[in-house]
Ligand binder design. Structure first.
Ligand code: FAD
Length: 390
């Protein structure tokens, strides 16, 4: 995603990743029902007057590592946490603060393994660690990193890191996580809303949590604060011509920016037709913003609302299958100049949706897949095919 952190007003944003705004959590509730395999939450964050966003933008969240994880790391290293260190800007802070707020102690990386291995006394090499370093050790290191965190490395190869400051060489910087904005500022002038899937899993005998989603899922009650900044994304925008139809493919949390698009078009009374494809596992448990979406459909804001709940029936059905079912009308919308948007999972969904789209175009135009690819190229040039996938 190409984006700048400048607010949409054209002047430089006051708050950035290096100077975040301390935003109060206004709402934080579960959208998926009890029993769902996923925990997806609606998190609304307060904005200071003057902070502006446009539908399609994201909000950056700077989360902290869990205190229990910080304690485990300090204990495994044999430090109290009161030691003084210099952060990335050479500001002196306590080691505890550094591990909690500056350093990525989550997902283990090859770079950490390489840097950690360099600290081993050459007189007493650790062969198992050495085998994972350099280009020859790449495959082994990657396999080792899977599902592991820094703490696992410390437990497996203890006593290597002896100087607190060295942690800044071994570990990457804690980076913000992006969340698509799910609200329109026309409807929520003082807040930014997000749709967050909380990542939790067990690996190598321990319960793990995503840094930012875990933070919002467990440690961000209403009234608490979170450091945030707005992140503009000029490549994911509603059509300038408000009469143009839009087609939105947003399964799972991919729905978020489309809630923002729809709220915006509703608030402004824009005339362009809107078609949403939403999907998830089960309609009873995973239908995010069901009431609002069905209300929009009833009121005509949403011309079409198509859902695909993969586990509601024996044969799995996905958004791309619904697209195929509606191929003729979809193609008609494209011929009428519709803008086509995709948001959500980059690994599989985005590719499957593109394949389905090419098929829809080929069928509709009685053309070949080659012709469909050219048609899609033209749509891209006209900015009528926009994706925000992660
Ligand atoms: C432009 C953009 C928009 C986004 N919008 C949204 C949004 O609207 N909603 C949303 O929820 N997310 C969104 N994301 C994703 C979000 O930024 C985070 O990447 C996501 O929430 C995970 O971050 P985390 O800090 O919770 O987890 P991290 O601490 O980053 O951990 C995630 C990592 O954990 C590992 N992992 C996860 N599950 C397992 C498992 N089962 N087994 C082993 N390892 C595993 C993987 O390596 C994964 O990369 C967006 C991303 C981008 C770039």
């Amino acid at each position: 995603m190409e984006a700048t952190e400048a607010a949409q007003t054209g002047h430089a944003a006051k708050y950035t990743r290096n100077n975040p705004y301390m935003s109060a959590v206004q709402q934080n509730y579960r959208l998926t029902a009890e029993g769902s395999e996923k925990e997806t939450r609606h998190v609304a964050l307060e904005l200071e007057a003057g902070m502006q966003y446009t539908p399609g933008d994201a909000v950056g969240i700077l989360a902290e590592n869990r205190e229990t994880e910080v304690e485990l790391v300090l204990k495994a290293l044999g430090f109290s946490g009161d030691e003084r260190v210099l952060d990335h800007y050479k500001v002196e802070i306590s080691l505890e603060e550094a591990v909690r707020t500056r350093l990525a102690i989550g997902k283990l990386t090859r770079s950490t393994i390489n840097q950690y291995a360099k600290l081993v006394d050459p007189a007493n090499p650790i062969m198992q660690l050495k085998a994972m370093t350099g280009p020859e050790g790449k495959a082994l290191a990657e396999e080792h990193c899977w599902g592991r965190e820094f703490i696992d490395l410390l437990h497996e190869f203890p006593g290597v890191l002896k100087e607190p400051q060295k942690l800044f060489t071994v570990l990457q910087r804690l980076t913000p996580r992006m969340y698509s904005i799910a609200s329109s500022q026309m409807m929520h002038p003082n807040s930014v809303e997000t749709t967050v899937r909380v990542i939790r899993y067990d690996a190598h005998g321990r319960g793990r949590q995503g840094l930012a989603s875990g933070h919002m899922g467990e440690r961000s009650p209403v009234g608490s604060t979170l450091p945030i900044f707005l992140h503009a994304n000029g490549n994911f925008r509603l059509p300038e011509d408000t009469s143009k139809p839009i087609i939105m493919i947003g399964p799972g949390t991919g729905l978020a920016p489309f809630r923002s698009f729809l709220e915006e078009r509703q608030a402004k009374g824009e005339t362009g037709k809107n078609w949403l494809f939403f999907g998830d596992q089960r309609s009873k448990l995973d239908y995010l913003y069901q009431e609002q979406l069905e209300g929009m459909h009833k009121d005509g804001v949403l011309t079409h609302l198509d859902t695909a709940f993969s586990r509601d029936q024996q044969t799995k059905v996905y958004v791309q299958d619904r697209m195929q079912e509606k191929a003729a009308e979809l193609f008609k919308w494209l011929e009428d100049g519709a803008y086509f948007y995709v948001c959500g999972d980059a690994t599989r969904m985005a590719k499957d949706v593109e394949t389905a789209l090419l098929d829809v175009i080929a069928k509709g135009s009685n053309g070949t897949l080659e012709h469909a690819a050219e048609y899609l190229e033209t749509m891209k040039k006209q900015k009528r095919y926009q994706r925000d996938v992660y």
